[in-house]
Write a protein that binds this ligand. Structure first.
Ligand code: GBH
Length: 488
């Protein structure tokens, strides 16, 4: 009845011709048998677009003392009272270390072509440096083999925040250049042993998170609040570590191995899409990412960054800058929220616009909604730095997921979020922005860092008492999107 009424209303509004053209696009079976219908929807992705999902070692693996793994700064931090919600730790997490075969089957059912996971440095080098632990690397050998046997291409991240505790204890972790150098050695070792099967490596995940939150704000491991000069040096050591890893991978990997990084840049979006604001957002992209992405892409710190930090600016050499800006094969961007930017008459030519109090967000209060971030993020990266290969290495959202009586989580808000963001990503590919793939965060609910297990980001609901994984409505949405290669 309700449907009849709304159909009738729609007919009146749109005219009968529009209605009959629109209806087949809604019916999955007909869309499948008639490619013209999907094309007519205007939301198709380029042929061969790489659909994927992502996770990270400490957030899913558990098994923190198994097979010779050394402690990481996140073990220490999460076991320190008061640091995570409800004292949550990654001791068990999703028990992925033991259940990875089952988890690969979840990916297969989604139809993903690629999977982004991270390697736990303290499994491979329990002390961060020195002797490797072959049993630790073996887990990733098994995982990679299982993925390939199921037709899924592995993309490996070398550092998603689980720094070996020994490196923190000796020299202060990323505060020391020794850590940058140890990271290079670890990256070279992994590349040497996995690059016969893993052809894509990301060095680090999100300087903008682990350096800022870990060493300045103190809400992530190792929980420090360094004064500005030491903190800016830590930023520098982190990007230097990235560059050393790029070089070590090139030196040790099989031919054809590609290297990039996954960075949660500040995504500057013009408040209005006119010439002046679009230029302002481009300028803002360079300046607001000066300590990380900009120095990596350009091989220099911007003048404004050096002026802003003044006497607290990092100490560096020209040789450092050369290492930091070692050429990359691709750039990965993690995109969740926009930073709205407008043009102004200041020397910088831009001003970030704070969100009004009423601004909508997902379950995590920081996760403000702005689908256009998935258009302007990659577009500005391609334009500013002539990047030819871009991946969206993370995008997704938290929702206050509660299973319904039938056991399914009907996460309509996550579906809404994804549909809107993916529509903007499709717009980017239609405008020839070279985005080659998309990794949805996350395959399943997992340890959300300081938020513990309270904020769920998964396509699969995890019951942490039984470790049961159940696909949410959003998993069905994503499977359908992948099947059509178009926004479903
Ligand atoms: C990514 O970070 C991470 O790569 C991933 O591990 C994580 O699970 C996922 O996103 C979802 O969060 O506590 O208010 O100060 C995204 C960037 C940086 C967003 C830290 C949350 C903390 C905000 N994150 N930030 S707050």
């Amino acid at each position: 009845m309700d449907n009849d009424i709304s159909r009738r209303t729609f007919t009146q509004l749109a005219g009968l011709g529009a209605l009959s053209a629109a209806l087949p696009g809604v019916a999955g079976a007909e869309a499948e048998s008639d490619p013209a219908v999907v094309a007519a929807s205007g939301r198709t992705f380029p042929r061969g677009f790489l659909w994927g999902t992502a996770t990270a070692s400490y957030q899913v693996e558990g098994a923190v003392t198994e097979d010779g793994r050394g402690p990481s700064i996140w073990d220490t931090f999460s076991h320190t009272p008061g640091k995570t919600v409800n004292g949550a730790t990654g001791d068990v997490a999703d028990d992925h270390y033991h259940r990875y075969k089952q988890d690969v089957q979840l990916m297969k059912a989604l139809g993903v072509k690629v999977y982004r996971f991270s390697i736990a440095w303290p499994r491979v080098f329990p002390q961060g440096t020195g002797s490797p632990n072959p049993k630790g690397l073996d887990f990733y050998n098994r995982l990679v083999d299982e993925l390939l046997a199921n037709g899924i291409t592995p993309f490996a991240t070398l550092y998603h925040w689980d720094l070996p505790q020994a490196l923190q204890d000796n020299g202060g972790g990323w505060e020391s250049r020794n850590t940058s150098e140890a990271f290079g050695r670890y990256a070279g070792y992994v590349a040497q042993h996995l690059s016969d099967r893993v052809k894509h490596f990301f060095t680090t995940n999100e300087f903008g998170a682990f350096v800022e939150l870990g060493y300045a704000i103190g809400i992530h491991a190792p929980g420090l609040k360094l004064p500005p000069a030491r903190f800016n040096q830590t930023r520098h050591n982190a990007v230097l570590g990235h560059g050393l890893a790029v070089q070590a991978i090139r030196a040790n990997a099989k031919p054809g191995t590609k290297v990039g990084l996954a960075e949660n840049m500040t995504i500057c979006v013009p408040v209005i899409e006119d010439e002046a604001n679009i230029r302002a957002a481009e300028r803002a992209t360079r300046e607001m990412n000066a300590p990380y992405m900009t120095v990596i892409q350009e091989g220099k710190y911007t003048d404004a960054y050096l002026e802003r930090t003044g006497a607290d600016a990092p100490k560096f050499t020209a040789a450092d800058l050369k290492v930091i800006s070692s050429p990359l094969d691709f750039t990965g961007i993690n995109i969740y929220t926009p930073t709205w930017v407008r043009a102004d008459a200041s020397p910088s030519g831009f001003t970030p616009v704070p969100n009004p109090a009423s601004y909508p967000h997902m379950a995590s209060s920081w996760l403000t909604i702005g689908p256009e971030a998935l258009y302007w993020g990659p577009r500005n990266v391609a334009k500013l730095w002539k990047v030819k290969e871009i991946y969206i290495t993370e995008n997704g959202c938290s929702s206050s997921d509660v299973p319904a009586a039938d056991g399914i989580v009907y996460d309509t808000d996550r579906v809404m979020y994804l549909r809107n963001y993916l529509s903007q990503l499709q717009r980017a590919t239609a405008d020839a922005v070279p985005v080659k793939g998309y990794f949805l965060w996350s395959l399943m609910d997992n340890f959300e860092w300081a938020d513990g297990y309270t904020n769920r980001f998964g396509l699969h609901y995890v019951d942490y008492t039984t470790q049961t994984r159940t696909p949410k409505l959003s998993a069905r949405f994503y499977r359908e999107t992948i099947r059509r290669n178009a926004v479903a």
